[in-house]
Design a protein around this ligand. Structure first.
Ligand code: 76R
Length: 248
């Protein structure tokens, strides 16, 4: 058996994709819509205070195209907290105007491919900060799930640790070229959801997603071993932006 990569886990993640029930929303009266919007804003404030207390983080983005209208990406210390906040939101008047489009459950993950042998990563504040990241407030989000292939000669899980390390080094070098332009959060979902990882990217310029993902396609880890699910891309929502989006 090949040596398994060691992983460090941080906050649990829920990507909650919703569509808006536009028929119900436009048929509702001003008062109903006002109450629903106030409730949404109260949730946004509550999630912000959790983030201010460094107990979790939430990102709120629109989604372009028909797969969903928006995504709430929540990070929390436990799976129970994620479940509670999801249920609380579902009971709100605003959520009653939404239709579930997709969801993804995972946990922030760092693997030891690039780690320094002999050091305790959990004593390193930079690593701890990466395991419990405050999500950036950048203009755009991109999310997609992925697997590492397990087929014939292209079986990632049959490679030796050294072979995988070498390929991950090359992967990391490409990624580093996008430092400051794209922020990646890798969440592991083996045992939690349908794919092995969720890839969440943030950027101020949406084109950087295309450039980064395309460049990686030529790198062996992605070219030989990457299998990808649906891509979701969108724009940052603030209280003002969501009010504008929902104005009828
Ligand atoms: O953690 C680190 O920064 C060290 C290097 C590194 C690891 C270990 C790294 C760097 N990644 C790692 C692990 Mn990554 N990453 C992806 C995708 O679209 C595709 O082709 C793949 C989707 C992107 C766009 C991306 C970006 N990475 C992983 C893993 C876990 C693999 C495993 O354990 O087998 C996956 C699934 C994955 C996928 N990667 C980087 C980036 C970027 C931008 C970097 C540089 C980060 C930086 O240096 O700040």
């Amino acid at each position: 058996m090949s040596e398994a990569a060691q992983t460090l886990e941080g906050w649990y993640a829920l990507h909650d994709f919703r569509s808006i029930d536009w028929i119900a929303w436009t048929a509702a009266d001003d008062e109903e819509r006002g109450l629903a919007l106030d409730e949404l804003n109260a949730f946004l404030k509550q999630w912000q205070s959790v983030e201010d207390g460094k107990q979790g983080s939430t990102a709120f983005y629109s989604i372009v195209g028909q797969k969903a209208d928006f995504v709430l990406m929540h990070l929390r210390e436990t799976l129970e907290e994620l479940n509670e906040l999801e249920t609380a939101f579902n009971k709100s008047a605003f959520a009653a105007f939404t239709i579930p489009a997709h969801s993804y459950v995972s946990v922030v993950e760092l693997s030891n491919y690039m780690g320094q042998p002999g050091s305790d990563p959990l004593q390193n504040p930079e690593i701890v900060a990466r395991l419990k990241p405050i999500l950036p407030k950048w203009n755009h989000i991109c999310f997609y799930p992925m697997n590492k292939r397990r087929q014939g000669n292209d079986n990632w899980y049959m490679l030796s640790m050294d072979e995988r390390k070498e390929m991950m080094r090359s992967h990391g070098m490409i990624g580093r070229k996008y430092a400051g332009k794209v922020k990646q959060i890798i969440t592991g979902s083996v045992g939690f959801d349908n794919w092995e990882w969720g890839v969440t990217l943030f950027a101020d310029e949406a084109l950087q997603f295309k450039k980064l993902v395309y460049e990686m396609r030529f790198d062996e880890v992605s070219a030989r071993f990457g299998d990808f699910g649906d891509f979701y891309v969108g724009n940052r929502l603030t209280e003002e932006k969501v009010a504008e989006m929902l104005r009828v």
